[in-house]
Ligand binder design. Structure first.
Ligand code: NDP
Length: 287
């Protein structure tokens, strides 16, 4: 019978473990970890993501500070804010909610975040450390996926993992994390001919394409573990993933639901990265 990879429960568990560690530091007279979240513009979906991150921080005992810039803010205003937060000793981690308004140079802005505060793990230094399989602030969604597989005792080493999607924030770093853990990794993308021929070889299939219901039963090897990163909301407000859940669920050994799978794990990883940055800043030997 198919088992559900319950990201909501796993994230709640990670959060309470983190809270206990933070409480111990507070009892020791230390300050709280601090996370700065920058939101530019009024995109409603981004506002929801920022609110969810804020609530998760509060539950774990992390001080979350939100910085809202209007949609007509200039790139140099945003860079000035990042520079100020880079120097703020109360702030351990900083994230800039995507998407940014059209015309802003996203990579330039992400690179402006000091690497020791880059809890999204997007900057070249953190990505390079990941590439080298060295300790680093790992990109949150890939890190959350690995934590979810580990928490459910799913073997990675020796498995054939297929990642569909090659974005800098999900597909690529996830492929490297899986490779670092000893999986044989295939990476597919929009130019891959005969996608199903590759995905049907997957022991672990991870899908991050932003294409609703791209993956159906014909793409699945019976018994595969299926991780669905995609999030889509239809006109009635119902959420769906890149995987057609109803079509594939009986074929899989494990599957993430949407919602309640990868999304909560992404936030839990952000909290963990903020904790790691805090430990680094305060010289706490906890990592
Ligand atoms: P991007 O748009 O940056 O990348 C999508 C990738 O999918 C690209 O590499 C693209 O290929 C590939 N792709 C698109 N169409 C196909 C296709 N028909 N067949 C094979 N590959 C295809 O998206 P992200 O990686 O940022 O996000 C992916 C999804 O995950 C989105 O739905 C996003 O909302 C969601 N997401 C969810 C998170 C969570 O916490 N649950 C966090 C982050 C993202 P190519 O490179 O050739 O264009």
């Amino acid at each position: 019978m198919t088992k559900i990879l319950d990201g909501k429960a796993c994230a709640a568990n990670m959060r309470s473990q983190l809270q206990a560690k933070i409480d111990a530091q507070l009892a020791d007279g230390k300050r709280r970890p601090g996370l700065a979240v920058i939101l530019v513009g009024e995109d409603p979906a981004s506002a929801i993501y920022v609110r969810n991150k804020h609530r998760a921080c509060e539950k774990a005992g992390i001080k979350s500070m939100q910085y809202l810039l209007p949609s007509d803010a200039t790139e140099s205003q945003l860079i000035d804010l990042i520079d100020t937060l880079n120097e703020d000793p109360e702030i351990d981690g900083m994230i800039i909610q995507l998407p940014l308004p059209a015309g802003m140079d996203v990579v330039k802005i992400q690179e402006r975040v000091r690497s020791d505060k880059d809890v999204d793990g997007f900057c070249a230094e953190q990505a390079g450390l990941l590439f080298r399989n060295r300790p680093c602030l790992e990109s949150c969604t890939p890190k959350g996926i690995i934590s979810l597989l580990d928490a459910n005792g799913i073997e990675i080493e020796g498995q054939h993992a297929v990642v569909v999607g090659r974005s800098d924030i999900v597909g690529k770093p996830l492929s490297i994390l899986l490779l670092n853990r000893g999986a044989t990794v295939s990476i597919c993308h929009s130019k891959t001919p005969d996608l199903a021929a590759i995905t049907r070889q997957a022991d672990i299939l991870c899908v991050a394409t932003g294409k609703r219901h791209l993956i159906s039963a014909e793409h699945i090897k019976p018994g595969a573990v299926v991780v669905d990163v995609g999030i889509h909301r239809d006109d009635s407000g119902k959420l769906a993933g890149d995987v057609n859940y109803e079509d594939v669920v009986d074929l899989c050994s494990w599957i993430t639901p949407v919602p309640g799978g990868v999304g909560p794990m992404t936030i839990a990883s952000l909290l963990e990265n903020t904790w790691l940055a805090y430990c680094d800043h305060l010289g706490i030997n906890e990592a």
